[in-house]
Write a protein that binds this ligand. Structure first.
Ligand code: G16
Ligand code: MG
Length: 213
């Protein structure tokens, strides 16, 4: 009953959250805002401008729209320098195997990541040839938890939402998949990812055969 699997990136295929966070922490330090390690979770799956706003609010720092744009660009420069050092060793265990199995089973693969840096990162990780389409977050109206990004990924591979499986590690991402009318596989804790149809602890525990009749 499935013709495509749509993957989130951060927390599903690669652990980029700590790279995003290191870049945010460097920027925050320059602004005199200390960021505790637990802040990392608050930024997962959150788009770049919203992440910056959360950090500025946390430090009670006010900046104009133009200043915020410059700060977001600076963080992105730090992030891009860091992902240029990524290699296939940085894939989460099992990620490559999962993509290969999904394609071997005759299904399409697509990426539904909030990150504008996904294409170069997929190149660094060596999995770009295993992904049929990448939804461009700049091309959709609303970020996760709205369904737009997953619907765009489905559209790009030409598969109806009802025949798509979405894979996500964040609550907002699971909501996005369900709002899109797709079946959601959560990566993580079932007591947190309560709206997911299935939950596995890690991508290494995902086997496409479990979802094909
Ligand atoms: C990812 C990360 C977020 C990041 C966002 C945008 O989401 O989890 O921390 O802020 O992408 O990234 P960029 O600044 O590179 O455009 P996802 O959807 O892959 O989990
Ligand atoms: Mg994620």
């Amino acid at each position: 009953r499935f013709d495509a699997v749509l993957f989130d990136l951060d927390g599903v295929l690669a652990d980029t959250a700590h790279i995003h966070f290191a870049a945010w922490r460097r920027l925050a330090e320059e602004l005199g805002i200390p960021l505790e390690p637990r802040f990392e979770d608050r930024l997962k799956g959150v788009d770049r401008m919203t992440s910056l706003d959360l950090i500025l609010a946390h430090g009670n720092v006010e900046r104009t729209v133009e200043e915020r744009r410059v700060l977001a660009d600076r963080k992105n420069g730090y992030y891009q320098a860091a992902i240029a050092e990524q290699s296939p060793d940085d894939l989460l265990p099992g990620a490559r195997r999962v993509l290969e199995e999904v394609r071997a089973a005759g299904l399409k693969t697509a990426l539904a990541s909030a990150s504008h840096n996904a294409p170069p990162l997929l190149d660094q990780l060596g999995i770009r040839p295993l992904i049929d389409a990448i939804a461009n977050p700049a091309a959709v109206k609303a970020p996760k938890p709205a369904p737009d990004l997953f619907l765009e990924a489905a559209r790009l591979v030409g598969v109806a939402p009802g025949r798509c499986l979405g894979v996500e590690d964040a609550v907002a991402g699971i909501t996005s998949i369900k709002e899109a009318g797709m079946v959601a596989v959560g990566i993580g804790d079932p007591t947190i990812l309560t709206r997911a149809d299935h939950v596995v602890p890690a991508i290494a525990d995902f086997h496409i055969g479990d979802y094909l009749g």
